[in-house]
Every structure is written in structure tokens, then in C-alpha cells.
Design a protein around this ligand. Structure first.
Ligand SMILES: [Zn+2]
Length: 134
């Protein structure tokens, strides 16, 4: 396990800092993501760490940008350290509980991390039913 896991997980309240998956119902610890990958000059320091679920971390890989399908442009991804999740994302109030964004960065992140993929939607509906998504 990443030696910085506990610090990062507590700071994130054990919630994926991208899709807001609640770690409490998983049978595996979430991962310490480098927001700016080491391969792209990111530092292995606290301001560059984010808690990410396995799915988000696998989809983010070493990308730092994504495509906004509305404005048709490449923009940087959401940064959990400098951006407020609630300013970039909102969940629809009814099924299928899509995540939406009014920003290019939010839409590009939703697209890159496939945060509205069928399995994500299925899981999010359960988290909402259990009252552990927020
Ligand atoms: Zn996630």
C-alpha cells in the first residue's frame, strides 16, 4: 500500500476525489493518484496527491487533459486540490443519476474518466439508495 494512503484517504474522507465513490463499501483500499503524473513532471508531494477509486485511476492513467464534447476542445482535467468538486459536478436528482457539469473542465473529466459509464451509474444508484453518496 502507498505509504501516504492514510493521509490522503483521511483528507478525502475515504471518498474517490473524482467520482465520489464511497470507499467504505469496497473490499479494496482506494489508490493514491498523482494528479499531475510523475511521468509529466508531477511531484510526489501532498499537493499532487488525490484519493482515486480503482476505476477512476485506471481511466485517468497519465492523462492531464480531456475532450469537452460541448465546446469541442481539449482542456485540463479536474484537479481535486485546486478545484471544488461541487463547482464542477452535480448529480441529477433522479435515475439514472448522471453526473453533469456546466464547465469544460468538468465535462472533459466526466468524459475521460467515463464517470457516467453503465457500471458507474449502477453503482451510484446503490450508493444514493444507501445514503452514502455525496
Ligand atoms: Zn472514482
Amino acid at each position: 500500500m502507498n505509504p501516504n494512503y492514510l493521509l490522503v484517504a483521511q483528507r478525502a474522507k475515504h471518498q474517490c476525489e473524482y467520482c465520489h465513490a464511497p470507499e467504505v463499501i469496497f473490499n479494496v483500499a482506494f489508490e493514491v493518484d498523482h494528479i499531475i503524473p510523475i511521468s509529466k513532471g508531477g511531484l510526489d508531494e501532498s499537493p499532487n496527491w488525490a484519493l482515486a477509486c480503482r476505476v477512476c485511476n485506471l481511466r485517468k492513467l497519465d492523462y492531464v487533459d480531456g475532450f469537452d464534447p460541448v465546446n469541442q476542445q481539449q482542456v485540463r482535467l479536474f484537479n481535486p486540490r485546486t478545484d471544488s468538486w461541487y463547482e464542477y459536478f452535480a448529480v441529477q436528482g433522479e435515475a439514472p443519476f448522471l453526473l453533469e457539469s456546466t464547465t469544460s473542465i468538468g465535462r472533459a473529466t466526466l468524459d475521460r474518466l467515463q464517470m457516467n459509464a453503465p457500471l458507474q451509474l449502477r453503482a451510484r444508484a446503490q450508493w444514493i439508495t444507501l445514503g452514502i453518496f455525496g
